[in-house]
Design a protein around this ligand. Structure first.
Ligand SMILES: C[S@@+](CC[C@H](N)C(=O)[O-])C[C@H]1O[C@@H](n2cnc3c(N)ncnc32)[C@H](O)[C@@H]1O
Length: 207
């Protein structure tokens, strides 16, 4: 996440009349339009976070960088996402820590991947498995949109976790496994093999 005054390329969450939220990516010379009026991106570029900017019709917008919780709720979806309150619970139950090597499946829309990447930090590594290529593409796009680029410590492996994990992770090399998929119990043998002794796995199954 960037800090300081807004710059071209930053994502900005605008809160307008009646608390309506809009997310834009700043571009010099561009305008954000609603049916009520237009707002120059240049009026935001160079301003500090929390600035209030005025559109052509007099509407006022509060400009902030989106929180991760806001971003995941409005980002494009392939599969159903893990909601922020559930992500918090999963991170706690799975005891995800900075520097951890984490395996995740399936990646879906990448919402939980974003929380995991934040929790492990730049020293950690996240390997996410997804059997549907179109979902993997949505997830890569969402993660890149929030973090600015696909993080070097994240990879998305295409295919079924039960088949691919043994090729990707050497035995006893993984600190945490987080499963958000239909039948996590089908993957427990390969997960047990990949986890270092005493390390932990968290699984959710939703109809
Ligand atoms: C509910 S979605 C995951 C949502 C994701 N956690 C998020 O927050 O955006 C479940 C995903 O698991 C994938 N999936 C199901 N079984 C799988 C398996 N055995 N290996 C890899 N991916 C799997 C599905 O294709 C689907 O995209």
């Amino acid at each position: 996440m960037s800090r300081g005054p807004f710059a071209a390329g930053d994502r900005v969450q605008l809160t307008g009349p009646r608390a309506r939220l809009h997310t834009i990516t700043l571009e010099a010379g561009k305008q954000f339009h609603t049916h009520r009026g237009a707002l120059d991106h240049d009026a935001i570029i160079g301003e500090p976070e929390g600035s209030v900017v005025t559109a052509s019709n007099g509407d006022r917008y509060l400009a902030l960088r989106p929180l991760l919780a806001d971003f995941v709720m409005s980002m494009p979806r392939g599969a159903a996402i893990v909601y922020p309150k559930d992500a918090a619970q999963i991170l706690a139950q799975a005891d995800v820590f900075p520097g951890a090597v984490v395996v995740e499946a399936g990646v879906g829309s990448g919402a939980l991947s974003l929380w995991l990447l934040r929790a492990i930090g730049p020293e950690g590594r996240l390997v996410s498995f997804e059997r549907r290529e179109e979902f993997a593409d949505v997830a890569r796009g969402n993660v890149a949109a929030f973090t600015g680029s696909v993080p070097p410590n994240w990879s998305v492996e295409l295919g079924d976790l039960a088949e691919r994990l043994p090729d990707v992770a050497t035995p006893a090399s993984v600190d945490r496994v987080v499963l958000d998929m239909l039948a996590p119990w089908e993957c427990l043998d390969v997960v047990t093999e990949a986890l270092a002794p005493g390390e932990c796995c968290s699984a959710t199954s939703r109809p």
